[in-house]
Design a binder for this molecule. Structure first.
Ligand code: NDP
Length: 428
């Protein structure tokens, strides 16, 4: 059948003349004729039989292009961000994402991940609002249904029943030539922003923004000391900058001198090398007095270092957490009275032990924070566009290096900041 042309609102580049021979599979970067949705696509997929370290879990496959149902938007993916999410998907733990979706009635026995990305709107399903074919968009991982009852009656979308981390809990993420999103996930790409930047920063920047400004009254105020774990990582590099922009004083924790230098350049008031300490992990209980005393002496030494690099004896009003089991006991101990530990992740393990006395007796708050609101997304895109936030997209990898790039994240040997993979942009 001849393709049905549609009015392109914004052209990416000169589209091939019509009519033209239709193919059911296109090379990376090859632009299908306008309006034509091919049957198949290249994707970096994960399968349960390959679960394990990312290097072996990802493989380039040819899979069906997802069908565009009501409220859904099909995007021709240009670039895809590399995030921790798909390290977890590769490992198949703590959740087996394919098994969970199959249990929920979805047919695919594979996972095309990718929770960050940018591309061109290729087709829209019935009921889609605010997005047109041809729009250049930045994609957010917050896959929720704005029409769901709980959201319409005021529940925070990130806490709604419909919330899924796109490209992790849901399939058809940005590691395919086409990806499937909802309209709420599409944000206009500033015309002068490159595809590499556009696809690489939103998930971490918006998450960090919400952690630092979304939990009133614990938002960063001028002069506030803030402890930032992993200050040169994807989330941490934004946290350091956002704290600096708000007049706060970030003390970043890192594991190398090179990462320490990066944090200072991003505006950290001080940096701590976590390799100077060894009290990490589970907090021993008082029935083992020797181990307990040793833990306390470790955490107190860490606290003294915090004061030293900050230049005053103040504890962090906010602790920016995502590192999990290894660091949470320290975070809660060090957090100032009436302060907040805000967490969105658990890189070192999700089963943590804390001494609850520190929590209630000092009126501290332990706050969960998951992704971000639409307002957070628009805020950070605006800050990047306006030059007030460095997107920290520090490296660009080819499509076939997506597995290897996740392996480096898994081993914590990745370059600092955020990484992006070329999908169809590989062919441009
Ligand atoms: P990155 O890998 O880019 O950065 C994480 C940083 O954490 C590393 O740079 C490392 O810094 C530090 N780190 C690693 N292991 C430890 C440890 N045992 N103790 C202390 N620090 C450690 O990852 P992201 O910043 O992108 O993501 C971090 C976590 O947040 C992940 O678990 C991810 O799944 C989660 N996340 C959750 C989101 C949500 O919406 N819920 C959104 C985005 C991320 P160094 O070695 O220099 O100290």
């Amino acid at each position: 059948a001849a393709p049905v042309p549609h009015p392109w609102s914004r052209m990416w580049k000169a589209s091939p003349a019509m009519p033209r021979e239709l193919k059911d599979l296109y090379d990376l970067g090859e632009l299908p004729p306008q309006g034509h949705v091919p049957a198949r696509m290249h994707a970096m997929a994960i399968r349960p039989e390959r679960y394990g370290e990312p290097r072996g879990a990802f493989a380039r496959e040819i899979v069906p292009v997802p069908r565009v149902g009501p409220g859904r938007v099909l995007v021709y993916t240009m670039t895809a961000g590399i995030n921790y999410n798909n390290v977890w998907a590769s490992l198949g733990r703590p959740a087996d994402v394919v098994a969970l979706r199959r249990k929920a009635g979805e047919a695919e026995d594979y996972h095309v991940g990718g929770s960050d990305g940018a591309g061109i709107v290729w087709a829209v399903g019935p009921g889609v609002r605010g997005v047109e074919v041809g729009d250049h968009v930045i994609l957010s991982p917050g896959d929720w249904d704005e029409r769901a009852d709980d959201i319409r009656t005021g529940r925070d979308p990130a806490a709604s029943q419909s919330m899924r981390a796109w490209g992790y809990e849901s399939n058809h993420g940005s590691f395919g030539q086409f990806c499937l999103v909802r309209d709420v996930q599409c944000h206009p790409k500033p015309p002068d922003m490159s595809w590499e930047v556009a696809g690489g920063f939103l998930a971490t920047a918006a998450t960090a923004h919400r952690q630092l400004f979304g939990w009133h009254p614990h938002t960063v105020r001028p002069g506030d000391p803030v402890l930032v774990w992993g200050g040169a990582g994807g989330l941490g590099a934004f946290a350091v900058q956002l704290v600096r922009n708000a007049g706060g004083r970030a003390v970043a924790v890192v594991s190398s001198e090179e990462r320490a230098r990066v944090c200072r350049e991003l505006g950290a008031a001080g940096v701590i090398l976590r390799t100077d300490f060894d009290h990490w992990g589970r907090m021993p209980d008082e029935e083992d007095p020797v181990a307990h005393a040793s833990w306390l002496s470790g955490v107190r030494a860490f606290g003294r270092r915090f004061w030293e690099v900050l230049g005053e004896r103040r504890n962090p009003r906010i602790v920016f957490e995502h590192s999990g089991a290894d660091t949470l006991p320290t975070s809660l101990y060090l957090c100032d009275n009436e302060g907040m530990v805000v967490t969105c992740g658990a890189t070192s393990g999700y089963r943590s032990e804390i001494d609850l006395r520190f929590l209630w007796m000092r009126l501290k708050r332990l706050q969960g924070s998951h992704f971000a609101s639409t307002a957070d997304c628009r805020a950070v895109i605006g800050l990047v566009q306006g030059g007030l936030l460095d997107p920290c997209v520090t490296s660009v990898v080819g499509f076939d290096r997506i597995g290897e790039a996740h392996q480096e994240v898994y081993e914590n040997v990745q370059p600092w900041g955020n990484r992006v993979a070329l999908v169809n942009a590989a062919g441009t």
